[in-house]
Design a protein around this ligand. Sequence first.
Ligand code: PLP
Length: 397
Amino acid sequence: MAESATLAVGAKAAAARAKGHDVIAFAMGEPDFDTPENIKRVAIAALEKGMTKYAPTPGDKAAREVIAAKLSKENGVETTFEQVTVTVGAKHAIYMALQAIVEPGRGDEVLLPTPAWVSYKPLIELAGAKCVEVAGSVANGFRVTPEDLARAITPRTVGIMWNSPSNPCGTAYPADEIRALCEVLAAHDRIAVISDEIYEKLIYPEVAPGLSHFSPGSHAALAARTITINGMSKSYAMTGWRIGYMAAPKAMAKELIKLQGQMTNSIPSFFYPAIVEALTNSAVGVEAMRVKFAARAALIKRELDQIPGFVTVTPNAAFYAFPEISAHFGKTSPAGTRITSAQSFADALLDEAHVAVVPGEDFGACARGHIRFSFACSDETILKGIARVREWVASLR
Ligand code: PLP
């Protein structure tokens, strides 16, 4: 299976830094902020109190209850604590959900609206299904339409891997468009929905007035076949803690808990009070981070638009900008690299201008002409880094 393209670029950037280069990294998808202090304090107190033993496989009941209440109240996904499994990051929840819905060897297909996060396709294939890409276009802000979705469904379709707000697009679907896609899925009762909502709290109506989140699990016809996934990494700046969660229909939740029991068991027990603290007492800190990301979304769009040949859909969610750069294919860099793909563009940009971005290839066939910038970094870094990219692009011949 392929190595994660984002982690690979992170490693290349670290290697260039180790050689003494001043690398500006737009590669990693993690907030530059530290975990809010109140959340850290609660975990430290729990550790000191001796919460150091195995916890139940799906997690501590109090934390699962708070997650169930959050999903029911904020997302309209009616959930009881028995349906919730706390996982090792959202990533492991996605892995397990795909294992649960796919039967290897049966010819199953899983739909993936693209551009899409690099791990979905390998995880769909690892589960034993064919990944069917449903391509979004730059002209439509990367969003797929109900007609696109309907055309991709076959008798072998067992699921859809859904992600709004999206990595790498940096965009969220308007709620009414998600509802329209849900209507298409509602007519096919064998299709399970895996909804990765990890960027739910990072939506910028400042940039796209009226934009709001919508959970497919709140759609009446889909509630009994949707696995809703979320986690602490992005909204609470807790990437290194490795805390995710999923809520599944009751019968499926039982199977998912069995799988987790054989794979990882529970996450560290002293993290559970931190989950409760994050979900019940951190709204102010989360909003402060969101407001900063919203301003950066506007800033990076403005800067990228100054680069000839870059076409950038306005980021309105998450912390990614995903410009089309294929106008530069066929050119040669100052050091003599021929730019023939997003990968060669990104490699040369890192080697010659010391700016790390992720090439589009692994985000789907329709993303081959794109590169991804993460703007989870300071305004100063954005200004300095994009100026460097602009200068380097101007030197291509
Ligand atoms: N889902 C998406 C869309 C992501 O971008 C990421 C991380 O980059 C994850 C899931 C993984 O999140 P976690 O840190 O909770 O495993």
